[in-house]
Design a protein around this ligand. Structure first.
Ligand SMILES: [Zn+2]
Length: 499
């Protein structure tokens, strides 16, 4: 009875390109940057003309700005070239570059024809995405911090990266061997680690490569191969069911506090690495601008930060895998991270309160990336047969006693221990919160299904239905619960609902 679900899954490989290939990759990244900028220029220009029209309408039609915007829209808006027509124009440009290069091999500025067309279109598409993200953020339709106006990518400042996609029926992106990744237009690049797992999934017909993103981080190049994969849907193992539900309070003092009482410490940047980063920064401050020494120092700093990031990533992956494999249900809080980090400073008119206490909080949060932990939990729980529950972010999980339900009227960030005013519970503040989070996600097993108790029904992927399509980032399954249940009425229940 093994049903399968279709998920999008990324396989990330470290590449070992030859020196010549490094140059090609850098050229592709440059081309993607060019494409992004070319597309963004069109969008920015359209926007500028729109604002001009609006300004003109306020003047000629004697209306306020909102009225003028409505008027311009009613008159058909301002025409901006679509991505489709811009990519048609690209075809002409590519042909032009090709014929110029053919006529004179030494001609300068004819390069478009040497780059796989898909890489250029993907770069343009990224600009469209950045633009619409900015627009929806601007209109307040998007969570998280307000995004700035999309900026043009500058060489050396923007991350070196490009994407390639292909016709799935005639795959140009594929593994030539377990150790060699073939990229259209670029050739075969040696993988630093083995592609066996992906290769086998493809051979079994379970995985279909959709696209690849190649990016540079520090001195290394990486390829992230996105595949559509059929995965067997499985429920929790006996061991996971026996462990039941774990509540996870993400990142203030520690990376996570678990309802079991465990505190998962923040990743320690190796003291040696931290010291080298500090020293390199000091030396860099004295280095002459534009000097070779400065360039070397910047490269060294990049490598050190890369080491640090790798360590952090390892730590996060180890934690999320342990949570997803160790319990049947994993409960986290729906944190609004961007808001929490930003709010502390406040504004000039309304400076933030408790800035110092919150600055510590913000730093902690940035160190452990709760958003990333949650994202990983979302897809790993679906891989390992467990379920992720995201509990309401307004539930007062920190202030409520996990034993008796008493709510503390005021709890400052500096209070690390929760003292209950009613039942004498004394517990680490974050463990107390983690227990409340677990209780919020508790799924009743006895006395009927979850619906009967007023909670929302459990959602797939464990509903036992057939293949559904889900993109892993979008899937954060499970319930959202409201108020914290009183534990005396709602004993924490272990295991999977009968539904
Ligand atoms: Zn209590």
């Amino acid at each position: 009875m093994s049903a399968t679900v279709e998920t999008m899954r990324a396989y990330r490989f470290c590449l070992d390109p030859s020196d010549r290939q490094r140059q090609v990759l850098a050229r592709y990244a440059g081309a993607a940057r060019w494409a992004f900028n070319a597309r963004l220029a069109v969008l920015v220009d359209g926007h500028r003309r729109y604002l001009q029209e609006v300004a003109y309408a306020t003047y000629t039609d004697d209306v306020d700005e909102a009225g003028a915007r409505a008027l311009v829209k009613a008159r058909g808006g301002v025409a901006t070239m679509s991505l489709a027509s811009q990519s048609r124009e690209l075809t002409t440009m590519i042909a032009d570059h090709r014929s110029r290069a053919a006529a004179d091999p030494d001609t300068e500025g004819a390069w478009l024809h040497t780059i796989n067309r898909h890489a250029i279109v993907a770069g343009m598409r990224n600009a469209d995405r950045a633009w619409s993200n900015w627009q929806s953020s601007h209109r307040g339709e998007r969570g998280g911090a307000r995004m700035g106006y999309p900026r043009f990518k500058k060489k050396g400042r923007a991350r070196d990266s490009f994407a390639l996609f292909h016709d799935v029926k005639r795959p140009g992106i594929r593994l030539a061997t377990y150790r060699r990744l073939r990229l259209p237009g670029i050739g075969e690049i040696r993988l630093h680690d083995s592609g066996k797992r992906l290769g086998r999934a493809i051979a079994r017909g379970e995985a279909i490569v959709q696209s690849v993103t190649v990016s540079r981080s520090g001195h290394r190049w990486y390829a992230s191969v996105l595949v559509k994969q059929q995965q067997e849907q499985r429920g929790p193992s006996r061991r996971q069911r026996a462990a039941g539900t774990v509540g996870v309070d993400l990142g203030v003092k520690a990376t996570a506090a678990l309802s079991t009482g465990e505190l998962v410490p923040n990743p320690r940047v190796k003291a040696s690495v931290a010291a080298r980063i500090a020293k390199t920064n000091r030396t860099l401050a004295r280095a002459q601008k534009g000097s070779n020494r400065r360039r070397r120092l910047v490269a060294r700093l990049g490598r050190l930060h890369h080491l640090e990031a790798l360590e952090r990533a390892r730590h996060t992956h180890a934690l999320t895998k342990r949570l997803a494999t160790g319990w049947a249900d994993v409960a986290v809080e729906d944190l609004h991270v961007a808001g929490m980090v930003r709010s502390a400073r406040g504004t000039v008119e309304a400076p933030g309160r408790n800035v110092r206490a919150k600055a510590g909080l913000s730093r902690g949060i940035l160190d452990v990336e709760p958003g990333e932990i949650r994202r990983q939990l979302a897809y790993k729980t679906s891989w390992y047969g467990s379920r992720l529950h995201v509990v309401d972010r307004w539930a007062p999980t920190s202030k409520t006693c996990s034993a008796c339900g008493w709510v503390k009227p005021k709890l400052s960030l500096s209070e690390r221990t929760f003292h209950c005013g009613d039942c004498d519970l004394v517990l680490d503040r974050d463990v107390n919160a983690a227990r409340n989070i677990a209780a919020l996600a508790a799924v009743p097993t006895e006395g009927g299904d979850a619906k009967a108790r007023g909670g929302p029904a459990p959602e797939p992927p464990h509903g036992g239905e057939g293949a559904g399509s889900q993109k892993r980032e979008d899937h954060h399954g499970g319930h959202r619960s409201g108020a914290i249940p009183n534990p005396s009425e709602n004993p924490r229940v272990r295991g999977k609902p009968a539904a």
